[in-house]
Design a protein. Structure first.
Length: 372
């Protein structure tokens, strides 16, 4: 039986968990029930609002399948990893396994029309996560696919490597591919790459953006994006553009130790403003107040690397709340109810979840086999 339908069926006949209370008030709590005949999640909030979200409207339900033999080859989390972390880790690995083509190395962002393309940034994060988890050969295959793309042609690519029209090149693609190549031991080109005047991961216009500068190895990050408060903003020379969670990338995977004090302040401020289900990409985000799982997870990863374990764990708890009952992460969820509002599951959200979990519970030489 296909993994997704099996997992939903096992949990679906029961109301999932206790109600999720907001700030102790319980006013925005939501329950989820799986309707097996309709293959849908039926949600009910404390406000009495009822909504049904079909799983097929968010992603193909048969894209993610159980594969115990493949999963058994994973490098486990370290000793002390709680059950929820091990569950999120294994489910996230299965998502990446399901969205990657093991023959060609193409990784689609999600199993849904409009998301069934390869974004170099997203696929590179998947390669980094798989390599960290023990799947080096698969990660190398992904990087080889990415290195064949014409990055100047588009932001997205079909699984055969041809560009998809409608969105121009983005300024972080080459840097992410280089980071993934370095992790898997493949040549990775020049340290600095063009980044100015291009769109960034938010895909809402061109400019000189922090995310692109960090990924592309640009110098003078502090001078371009720093503020008098010792934080980093999204647009160069524009303090009003707001703090950007992509500052986290300068901790992991693009390590810039000289910037760590600024990044720490930036990420802690963003984390302090998070809701029950995570954070939005940046303070100046214009796409509504629905939390996004990928920025929540990558912020947790870098905060954990900076030693801010408490803040990282709080973000991971919010990420858990954003997951659907089977443990899969939507691209984003309703800020009030936690109901998925976009593609489920999303590859790079699960990639960053894996990396955050591995940072929080690293596998060391002294870790006992019983931690598996």
């Amino acid at each position: 039986m296909k993994w997704l339908r099996l997992a939903l069926g096992l949990t679906g006949l029961l109301v999932i968990g206790a109600a999720l209370a907001s700030g102790g008030s319980g006013t925005d709590s939501v329950r989820q029930r799986y309707l097996p005949d309709a293959n849908a999640l039926r949600t009910a909030s404390r406000f009495g609002e009822v909504r049904t979200v079909t799983v097929t409207s968010l992603g193909a339900p048969d894209a993610i399948r159980d594969d115990p033999r493949w999963l058994a080859a994973a490098r486990p989390l370290g000793a002390g990893a709680p059950r929820w972390a091990r569950r999120m880790y294994s489910r996230s690995l299965l998502v990446l396994h399901g969205l990657a083509n093991r023959r060609t190395g193409a990784v689609i962002a999600g199993a849904r029309e409009g998301w069934d393309y390869v974004w170099p940034r997203d696929a590179s994060a998947v390669a980094i996560a798989l390599a960290a988890s023990g799947y080096r050969d698969e990660a190398r295959r992904i990087v080889r696919f990415l290195r064949r793309l014409d990055l100047g042609a588009a932001a997205r690519f079909r699984v055969d490597g041809t560009p998809v029209g409608g969105r121009g090149a983005q300024g972080d693609a080459g840097g992410w591919i280089a980071a993934a190549a370095a992790v898997v031991g493949l040549p990775h080109g020049p340290a600095e790459r063009p980044w100015q005047g291009l769109a960034d991961y938010q895909e809402n216009g061109s400019g000189d953006f922090l995310a692109n500068a960090v990924a592309s190895g640009a110098p003078h990050i502090r001078a371009l994006f720093g503020t008098p408060a010792g934080t980093l903003v999204r647009r160069a020379g524009d303090p009003a553009s707001g703090l950007d969670s992509a500052a986290a990338w300068a901790v992991r995977p693009f390590r810039r130790p000289a910037l760590y004090p600024l990044i720490r302040r930036t990420l802690l401020r963003l984390a302090a403003a998070s809701g029950r289900f995570g954070i939005v990409p940046s303070e100046g985000w214009t796409g509504g107040d629905d939390p996004w799982t990928a920025p929540t997870a990558w912020t947790a990863w870098s905060l954990a690397a900076l030693g801010e374990r408490h803040a990282a764990l709080r973000l991971m708890a919010e990420l858990r709340r954003a997951a659907i009952p089977t443990g899969m992460l939507p691209e984003r969820v309703d800020a009030r109810t936690g109901i998925p509002t976009s593609t489920t599951p999303l590859a790079w959200s699960h990639a960053f979840a894996i990396l955050a979990l591995r940072q929080l519970w690293p596998r060391t030489a002294s870790t006992s086999p019983s931690a598996r």
